[in-house]
Design a protein around this ligand. Structure first.
Ligand code: SF4
Length: 120
């Protein structure tokens, strides 16, 4: 079984924004896909999560954290796993070194502003 990828939590991560997240008052299972979920079921669950994120007051902080941490799973800041994978690949192409991606607070927003804006 392959090793599961884990989030690479940045040194300057802070978590107070999570207390204000709109997801705190909804079913958390809409943000993470069950095993073998595919097709319409996956799209509908992701869209339900995106709708919650669209009205979230800390969406940009959440998206910034997820990109800097390379969160592998779930919907964060309105971005699905697949949308973040595209962002991670673009960052890797731009930096030329997948181990040296930007980690400082705000870097995720700067590097992926278009995708974040389009996500919800
Ligand atoms: S943007 Fe979405 S996942 Fe992030 S805190 Fe808000 S509701 Fe939760």
């Amino acid at each position: 079984m392959p090793a599961q990828s884990l989030a690479q939590v940045p040194d300057d991560a802070e978590w107070t924004w999570q207390e204000l997240g709109s997801c705190r008052s909804v079913d958390p299972t809409i943000f993470f896909h069950p095993q073998n979920e595919r097709g319409a079921a996956r799209r509908q669950r992701a869209q339900a999560a995106k709708t919650v994120c669209a009205g979230c007051p800390v969406r940009l902080k959440c998206a910034d954290y997820a990109i800097r941490a390379r969160e592998p799973y779930g919907v964060w800041g309105g971005l699905t796993e697949e949308e973040r994978e595209v962002i991670y690949a673009a960052i890797d192409d731009a930096t030329g070194d997948p181990r040296a991606y930007p980690r400082e607070r705000g870097a995720g927003l700067r590097l992926a502003s278009q995708a974040i804006n389009a996500a919800v």
